[in-house]
Ligand binder design. Structure first.
Ligand code: FES
Length: 379
């Protein structure tokens, strides 16, 4: 059945066939004639596969609008290891979305659990929740992302401010503590904001972990209110020397940064999970004055010319035309979606982590780049 929100994206079958072709062209790690699994090349393929083919083994309803999908490898083999806080990029409906892994990392990873909350009018979250069933197959990347705990740089005393389904990476960290017990490397104080009490995800498990590991884990819920500086201070006490992780809806980021700054917490002790392209790039300070975001410009790429609004990320606009640069984080961080601007002018959002050489030679991250004028793009 076709999902109503998918009607813009005809051609799903060809796209899936293309994904399948790319998948099939990857050498199997243990294929005859390939290097042994413990040889360097085999190790890289095993730990950092470009694509994984996973089967939905179990679906749990967490709240009225949130589901957790337990995904296993089709061939029953262990999955590539990951660090708590990392994500996989899920390919579907001609595009992809990153979802944080909420399950515990361990040396023998049998499954990844992805927790998906409906986003109003969200193309992929609604499609997954409405159509994905046990036994269905999904193509994903291997685990990716830098939003994980690194004890060398981040210390072992962490505060995690989560909003909505942004609790998923925190859950992975807490489950790791629950598994490791007294050997766990860190303490975490989770401050978890939800609109309503019914929206809280993992409520019972969070309470159980906090009760079992009172020396390592503390969980506070903030229901229906903002994580103001006062609330944060009241709950966490002094933040000095602690690393603060933030994951939640986009609007939470500037607000949380402002509140932590009011508390005198330095920016270098705050880590944000990347969370999509900015909803309103026009609101960013270096968006050119007077450039109407809704106005259409012409994009030329891969022999195709099409019109798109200035405020639609180039990656999304290219995918609408069946042109699919490789992509993962869709937030400007990983650099997988890089394209070259041959002519014309683009706006790269503040989220885009461009290297100096990218800027110098005209490259940008298409997931957070917007065409300001007619542009020609090399993919
Ligand atoms: S997909 Fe990661 S930077 Fe664009």
């Amino acid at each position: 059945m076709k999902h109503p929100l998918a009607e813009l994206y005809d051609g799903h079958d060809e796209i899936q066939a293309e994904i399948d072709r790319r998948f099939a062209s990857q050498p199997a790690p243990d294929a005859p004639g390939k290097p042994a699994a413990d040889a360097p090349a085999g190790t890289v393929e095993r730990h950092h596969p470009k694509r994984l083919r996973l089967v939905v083994g179990e679906i749990r309803a967490e709240t009225a609008d949130t589901r957790t999908y337990r995904l296993r490898r089709e061939d029953g083999q262990p999955l590539p290891p990951f660090l708590a806080g990392q994500y996989v990029n899920v390919f579907t409906d001609g595009t992809s979305r990153p979802y944080a892994i909420a399950s515990s990392p361990s040396w023998h990873v049998e499954y990844y659990e992805l927790t998906v909350r409906r986003v109003p009018k969200g193309r992929i979250s609604n499609l997954l929740i409405d159509t994905l069933a046990v036994g269905d197959r999904l193509t994903t990347t291997g685990p990716m992302g830098t939003f994980h705990h690194n004890p060398l740089f981040h210390g072992d005393d962490l505060v995690f401010l989560a909003g909505g389904s942004g609790v998923a990476p925190a859950m992975s960290m807490l489950r790791a503590i629950a598994e490791q017990g007294r050997d766990a490397a860190c303490r975490i104080h989770l401050v978890y904001g939800s609109r309503h009490a019914d929206d809280v995800i993992f409520r019972d498990e969070l309470a159980a972990i906090a009760a079992t590991h009172p020396d390592r884990v503390r969980v506070d819920h903030v229901i229906g209110g903002l994580l103001t500086a006062e609330t944060i201070n009241e709950l966490t006490g002094p933040l000095r020397g602690r690393m603060v992780y933030i994951c939640g809806p986009q609007a939470m980021y500037p607000y949380a940064l402002e509140q932590l700054t009011l508390l005198g917490h330095p920016r270098r002790r705050i880590r944000f999970e990347a969370n999509g392209a900015p909803a309103r790039p026009e609101a960013q300070p270096h968006w050119p004055a007077g450039a109407d975001g809704a106005e259409q410009v012409t994009v030329t790429a891969c022999g195709t010319r099409f019109r798109t609004p200035r405020n639609r990320p180039l990656l999304d606009a290219l995918e609408d035309q069946g042109i699919r640069p490789e992509a993962a984080c869709r937030s400007g961080e990983c650099g997988m979606c890089v394209v070259r601007v041959v002519s014309g002018e683009t706006h790269t959002a503040e989220e885009g982590r461009l290297r100096m050489a990218d800027e110098r030679f005209g490259y940008t991250h298409s997931c957070v780049a917007y065409p300001l004028t007619d542009v020609e793009i090399e993919v």
